[in-house]
Design a protein around this ligand. Structure first.
Ligand code: ZN
Length: 128
């Protein structure tokens, strides 16, 4: 897992913006984390203090995935797409959510590492 300046926000996965934290400032003993905002920094520091200097992302990712099911279902319903998804398992729904979120976060990370594109329309390849 990437840590440090170029890593995404350790809490929400957005581009980090120079907020850094390392438990007790002991970089030899604890991972250092970067955050996108004061809010994420405060929450991340509290989590690290409770958990021996480490932010346990796995449990939080699992919970975030579960909590994303409802807005996902609401979007499907709003678009009239609920029926083909209705009998799918939670694991299959989670797979869809995770694919979109991972693609989004990885794109944000790649963009953070390269200069902005021109911003003109059609300067992006269509992937399908
Ligand atoms: Zn954040």
């Amino acid at each position: 897992m990437a840590h440090g300046w170029l890593a995404p926000c350790a809490l929400c996965g957005r581009q980090s913006r120079g907020y850094l934290y390392c438990h007790l400032l002991r970089r030899d003993r604890y991972p250092d984390y970067s955050f996108c905002s004061r809010t994420c920094t405060d929450l991340g520091m509290a989590l690290a203090r409770e958990n021996n200097g480490v932010i346990d992302k796995t449990a939080r990712e699992t919970r975030a995935l579960r909590e994303a099911r409802r807005p996902f279902a609401e979007a499907l319903t709003a678009l009239g797409l609920m029926e083909p998804f209705y009998n799918r398992t939670a694991a299959e729904i989670d797979q869809l959510i995770e694919a979109a979120v991972t693609g989004y976060v990885e794109s944000m990370q790649r963009q953070a590492a390269t200069p902005e594109r021109s911003g003109t329309p059609f300067d992006d390849e269509i992937p399908f």
